[in-house]
Design a protein around this ligand. Sequence first.
Ligand SMILES: [Zn+2]
Length: 286
Amino acid sequence: MIEDINRDVFVRIQTDLLVVGDSIMTDRHHASNGNYEDNDPQNQIGGIIPAFSLSGWLRHGMEKVIQERDGTACHPGEANANFRKDGVYNRDLDAGYHPKGDCLEDDDGNGCVILDLFGGFGNRPGKVMRRPIKFSPVRSSVDYTRGQAEGHYRRLNRNVVSRNEEDNREPLRNAELDAVANLDGCWHLSFRETKPEFVALLAEAIDYLDAHKTEFMHQLGGARNFGGGIVDCELVNPLYNESELRRVFDRGKGNTNKMDDKDDEWADEFLPEFKAELAARVEAES
Ligand SMILES: [Zn+2]
């Protein structure tokens, strides 16, 4: 059954506002011609959202899924790291984590399912490759089958003003934030090795993140206190072919009968079998 799953899978991501600190890369130099104004709404700038924030967001969702199945997840940090707060590491270990890499000792050398997917211990590559999302404000130029999105780059300016009355709200500093508004598109993930438990964990984590999207801990990127990073997400049915994937994003068209059949097949046959494999692996690892 797992042979029917392509190594490339896609997660639909929709959000009104995404702020990922200073790490959005824009292609504004293409359009600037020396007279670029970065807050002009007429700007047709695209860019790239790097995978780091996306990866952390997904990993956290996956850790929760493992913990809800009574397993423990690999701690993302090194045991000897200099945590700023005393006891932080031990507190995490009590809350459903095992020390990073401890899981490598007892089985086939792949480690727990989180380490297997994300890698990172002793230069070990993870088995899921997380790609950046390329976004463009021009919908017709977005290629969803290559993990792209429609999105509108904005530079936000915030004035932080003094609270002292005699200062008359004098600005103390100006903060500029890169943001993407009205993002809708695909996050492209590739499995270097496709295992049924990987696909099940991805599907469950995306459901979990969608259900908990307004919780502070499960928002994406920065600016959470300002409503940035509340993300609607959904695993696009991995049985869809490329034209079906494109159709998901076509507002003018609904599912074909064939797509509905694939949705039933996915929900009734594939997913339950993959989830059983995930359950068995988490059980064996705890
Ligand atoms: Zn582990």
